[in-house]
Design a protein around this ligand. Sequence first.
Ligand SMILES: C[S@@+](CC[C@H](N)C(=O)[O-])C[C@H]1O[C@@H](n2cnc3c(N)ncnc32)[C@H](O)[C@@H]1O
Length: 291
Amino acid sequence: MDNNVLRNIPGLIKWATAYLEQNQVIKPRLNAEQLLSHCTGRSRVDLYAYPEWPVTKEISEAFERVVMRRAGHEPLQYITGIKWFRYLELAVDPRVLIPRPETEMLVEKAIETIAKMPGHPLVADIGTGSGCIALSIAKECPAAVVHATDRHKAALEVAKANAERSGLSEIILFHAGDLLDAVPRDLLGKFQAIVSNPPYVSEPEFLSLPSEVREHEPRHSLVSGPSGTEIQLRLMEEAPGWLDEGGWLLIEGGEHQVVELAERAITLGYAHAEVIQDLNAVPRILKMQAA
Ligand SMILES: C[S@@+](CC[C@H](N)C(=O)[O-])C[C@H]1O[C@@H](n2cnc3c(N)ncnc32)[C@H](O)[C@@H]1O
């Protein structure tokens, strides 16, 4: 970095934007602003409103280090350690998938369904990762009793810490284990809703994912198996035993999976199966009602 830009906010943004662009980072200016905001503790708006703020040597060196990491295509959210999801500021690190915008829609549909239920609906989030689904449901549907599971204990630690920092740890129960096997068996047949964003990438598809995803996010949070639908199908088979009569299973899936899985749902004995499209008109969510 040129010494002239060391102590100057506009200069640092300009330098980092050009450097990130050279290294094929998408939206280089936004990334530069977010990284500087992270290093200075000041909002992006303030970076422009108060360009004369002095930048210490420590800050400019810290900024240079994070820009280098980002230029190497490490995900922005692992560098800042933060991902906003609906109304929650979640801590994220390489133990968990970075929550995606598609999953906000899954949560929106789950909340629409759960909010209409009387009493204290029992809800499970299977494969909770950062906890984004379970925590959002617990926050936005305070009457619900939420169970969150993950096969990977390291991911569950992240979800528990996020529940703690969001003031939701008292109202979510966490369990480690494979899909619904993780849940106490006395709850068989009692759930009003099961929600999941399971791994749904096939082994061949994984090889074509951007390096930013493939080399940094946990493979086990993405890959389901040779076809991509293995975990979704297992969950669709297991869920009816855990759902109360008329209970709902909502799962996220890939563009080429959801319609086929909806047909499968009917053969598995679900009463209804509805395909919901995302904002790009891509079939993304499958909402099924147990008979
Ligand atoms: C696609 S990530 C979703 C994480 C989070 N729910 C989200 O939407 O961002 C899938 C999660 O399922 C977990 N997982 C993978 N296989 C599982 C299994 N057989 N049983 C339970 N959890 C599993 C992974 O550890 C990962 O946290």
